[in-house]
Design a binder for this molecule. Structure first.
Ligand code: DC
Length: 207
């Protein structure tokens, strides 16, 4: 079974997806980490991101390994974050990584998190959640998480949102059959409870 969790940056996707996976005993798939690792590897080697995506050796788990090297921290710097949003706009990069992601979630129970899980990676996911929050709340959370400056984060976030929503990237829109969850006023536990309820319902329907 796949639980797809999509939504823009700063809506709590990673925290929520990780916690839901833990509660249900599913495996967590952070697809953003794959795009980040490709951006880092392309920057380091100077090779075209599409070529890197095709051959990249990434291991996901408690730590993110790029060709065996622990890059958990290195992929989260503001520089790599900015570069990633450009790299992820390349259709050839997306094609290569989506193929890998589809293969990963083909068997077993997954909580997959990203931007295009419910639309592209796992269109048949049993549960599709689309997390939202106000831009101010998203920037506030990022600032708290990274220690960065709120105003800068808010501005960079608006630029990235703009790139992420250009015409050919309609995949970033909420899947028509997803359940929107506005996390602005909710605690983490409340969000997890809502998703867990959706999973119970999906299992009942599927049974
Ligand atoms: O969720 P995140 O901040 O780790 O994502 C990093 C970048 O990768 C962000 O610019 C969006 C992009 N991304 C994507 O295009 N598709 C995904 N499935 C996941 C992330």
């Amino acid at each position: 079974m796949v639980i797809a969790i999509d939504g823009p940056a700063g809506t709590g996707k990673s925290t929520v997806a990780r916690a839901v996976a833990e509660r249900l005993g599913f495996t967590y798939l952070d697809t953003g980490a794959m795009y980040r690792a490709v951006a880092l590897a392309a920057d380091r080697t100077g090779r075209p991101p599409a070529e890197v995506a095709e051959h990249v050796d990434i291991e996901l788990g408690a730590h993110v390994l790029l060709a065996g090297e622990d890059v958990t921290e290195a992929i989260r710097t503001p520089e790599v974050t900015a570069a990633t949003s450009h790299v992820a706009a390349d259709p050839a990069v997306r094609q290569a990584l989506v193929a890998k992601q589809k293969a990963i979630v083909a068997d077993g129970d997954w909580v997959a998190e990203g931007r295009d899980i419910g639309t592209v990676v796992a269109p048949d996911a049993a549960v599709k959640v689309f997390l939202t929050a106000t831009p101010e709340e998203r920037a506030k959370r990022r600032a708290k998480q990274t220690g960065g400056e709120y105003e800068t984060i808010l501005r960079d976030q608006a630029e990235r949102d703009e790139r992420d929503s250009t015409a050919d990237r309609a995949i970033f829109e909420a899947p028509a059959d997803s359940v929107p969850v506005d996390t602005t006023e909710l605690t983490l536990d409340q969000v997890i409870d809502q998703i867990a309820t959706l999973v119970v319902e999906a299992k009942e329907i599927g049974a």
